[in-house]
Write a protein that binds this ligand. Structure first.
Ligand SMILES: Nc1ncnc2c1ncn2[C@@H]1O[C@H](COP(=O)(O)OP(=O)(O)OP(=O)(O)O)[C@@H](O)[C@H]1O
Length: 609
């Protein structure tokens, strides 16, 4: 409980800092106007009482000069309160919007700075990231919502106090406001719980609708005619979500109505009591006007208090998710030992096992192998054998569930995922099509060299993409992709751009090529490997880099120094291409099947050596 309170305080301090940073003057002026609003409405009621009491006191005076001051004060209080309320709302919205922009950047910054991908592949993590991103608007106004809740509570308190001054029994009217506040909060918190539970369904619904607008999915959706079905499924999900929200919404409305009923009974009783006192001559007419005026204001103040409280509670709920994300990202900040400058021994897999979730099946089992510094290692296996998963572990995107990976004898887990990520480069089978100008789409492969045209041209050349880029209307400055009015590329051309991106780093310790040539024609593949061979040799000479090559094409795999065959998550064979062919095992079997199907040439020339 105390820890939770401290967490909320820390987040509030952080938000105040953000607000101060985006606009000092705005923060100060908003706070000042906000105080005027907080005390303004009580001032209005009090000045009205002063005016009415004055009327009774001077009932027999001929001169009306005493009236000037109270009338001016009442008019001023009204005008000031109305203007200040509008100005405060405007200033607040303006300030909160600016804070929200910073906060959203921060949230996506946290997501981007996590060097692993578990949080992007696990639905429970994605739900929380989604809830933080969706709630950043509420979170940005957390401080103001609390302050406005406090101010509204103060106004309610002052109004009740003025009522008690008229007659102590009116305290009961004040007490009748409590059920309204307590009951309204209950309904909202039940709704928040349902929204959390529906986070996955909400993401799925948005995803299904998004598919209908996705240019890559459009072809399949159109040919299969699945568009209406996808839309129906999305609508069904939406109906489920709104159905789940219905019960807490109805419950909340009923509780709200019960709270207001309680207040109205108190108000009726209070007005009747004061009217009786006025008739009996116990108190003045001004008191009745004050009670009527305060009762009207109290209703507005209660609305404000309830709404602000709900907003603050909503933001407070997001704090938990926000803090989780911050902690999760910060856990990767410590890099006790940076990655070495170069590899001397290589990378060792020591009994590595892995499963994607605690209750899921083992995807890798007891993998032990040594990948010598400067070598090219091929990974072979049928679909789903575990090759890409092993690559994810080698690049530090996931931690092994059992066993360890050693880099020059040091556990990879101790190197710090970020440091190791910046020492790795590569291309993955599900490469990204970054719809940016070519120089950026390639340059982001090494952020430090993003403005280095020479480095970008070299990478484009290494990926065999010079001819492609030369033919584009603005060369390196050509915008890629049609979403932003640029040029679209073929699958193989996109893959070359991804390859160029993967070749931006010139001194990596680990090069990964996971199905790098799947979309390339045979000539392009041959050219690419000649270029790649040069890149790998240079990297091996400079840093002792290990190259891991995943491919279903045996003409490609045969270029590796060492081949590891994986089946059902375990190593079933390893050795050189020649040795494995001679041993007549699993590798030879797969090779023969492919040779029969595609007539693979049997030449053993290896451009990597
Ligand atoms: N993010 C994930 N969450 C859960 N299971 C996964 C995930 N990614 C892969 N798997 C499972 O892990 C197993 C191995 O997948 P992996 O992608 O490593 O195989 P692969 O050998 O690279 O296959 P392919 O040749 O088809 O690329 C498969 O059964 C797959 O369903």
């Amino acid at each position: 409980m105390i820890r939770r309170g401290l967490t909320h305080l820390a987040v509030l301090r952080h938000l105040a800092g953000l607000s101060w940073r985006v606009s000092r003057a705005g923060s100060l002026v908003t706070a000042a106007v906000f105080l005027v609003v907080a005390f303004g409405s009580v001032g209005v009621a009090q000045s009205q009482r002063w005016l009415i009491d004055g009327l009774q006191e001077h009932a027999h005076d001929q001169s009306l000069t005493w009236l000037i001051l109270p009338v001016v004060v009442v008019a001023f209080a009204h005008v000031a309160s109305t203007i200040a309320t509008r100005v405060a709302a405007h200033l607040r919205v303006n300030l909160v919007q600016k804070v929200e922009v910073d906060l959203s950047e921060e949230v996506f910054g946290h997501v981007a700075r996590v060097p692993t991908i578990k949080h992007l592949e696990r639905s429970s993590y994605l739900d929380r990231v989604y809830l933080v991103a969706k709630g950043s608007g509420a979170l940005a106004s957390y401080g103001w919502s609390i302050a406005e809740t406090g101010a509204a509570a103060l106004m309610v308190g002052l109004s009740v106090w003025l009522l008690v001054l008229v007659h102590p029994a009116l305290l009961v009217l004040g007490l009748t406001t409590l059920p309204l506040l307590v009951l309204a909060g209950r309904g909202q918190s039940a709704l928040r719980r349902v929204n959390d539970e529906c986070a996955e369904a909400t993401r799925l619904e948005a995803n299904l609708h998004g598919l209908c607008l996705d240019v890559d999915a459009a072809k399949e959706i159109w040919i299969s005619g699945s568009g209406p079905e996808l839309s129906t499924r999305a609508d069904r999900l939406w109906a489920e979500i709104t159905g789940a929200q219905r019960v807490p919404l109805i419950r909340g409305t009923l509780l709200d109505a019960a709270g207001w009923l309680c207040y109205l009974v108190g108000l009726g009783g209070g007005l009747a009591l004061v009217a009786a006192e006025v008739i009996a001559g116990q108190i003045g007419m001004g008191a009745l006007v004050l009670v009527a005026s305060l009762a009207a204001q109290l209703r507005m103040q209660l609305w404000a208090l309830r709404d602000n409280y709900n907003r603050a509670a909503e933001a407070g709920h997001v704090v938990g998710h926000y803090h989780w994300l911050r902690d999760y990202a910060a856990a990767f900040d410590d890099s006790p030992t940076p990655a070495p400058e170069r590899l001397t021994d290589g990378i060792t897999l020591d009994g590595v096992g892995f499963r994607y979730s605690e209750d899921g099946a083992s995807v890798l089992r007891s993998i032990s192998a040594h990948l010598p510094a400067g070598s090219v290692v091929g990974l072979v296996g049928i679909n789903g054998a575990g090759k890409s998963t092993l690559v994810k572990l080698l690049t530090g995107l996931y931690q092994p569930t059992s066993g360890r990976i050693l880099v020059d004898g040091k556990p990879l887990s101790e190197l710090g995922a970020r440091s190791w990520a910046s020492s790795s480069c590569g291309v993955f089978q599900d490469f990204a099509r970054l719809q940016l100008p070519v120089r950026e789409s390639v340059g982001v492969g090494d952020l430090a060299a993003l403005d280095n045209t020479h480095a970008i041209v070299r990478a484009v050349d290494s990926a065999g993409a010079s001819k492609l880029v030369g033919a584009l209307p603005d060369g390196l400055d050509t915008q890629l992709g049609t979403i932003f009015g640029g040029v679209d590329l073929s699958g193989g051309q996109w893959q070359r751009i991804a390859l160029a991106r993967g070749m931006m780093r010139t001194s990596p310790l680990l090069l990964v090529l996971d199905e790098p040539t799947a979309a390339l024609d045979p000539q392009a593949e041959h050219d690419l490997f000649e270029n790649f061979a040069r890149h790998a040799r240079e990297a091996a000479a400079r840093t002792g880099a290990v190259t891991v090559l995943v491919s279903h094409r045996f003409s490609t795999v045969s270029m590796a120094d060492h081949v590891i065959v994986i089946a059902d998550g375990a190593i079933v064979e390893s050795g050189s291409h020649t040795d494995l062919l001679e041993s007549g095992g699993r590798y030879a079997e797969l090779y023969a099947t492919q040779a029969a199907a595609y007539a693979v040439p049997t030449g053993k020339g290896n451009p990597l050596t």
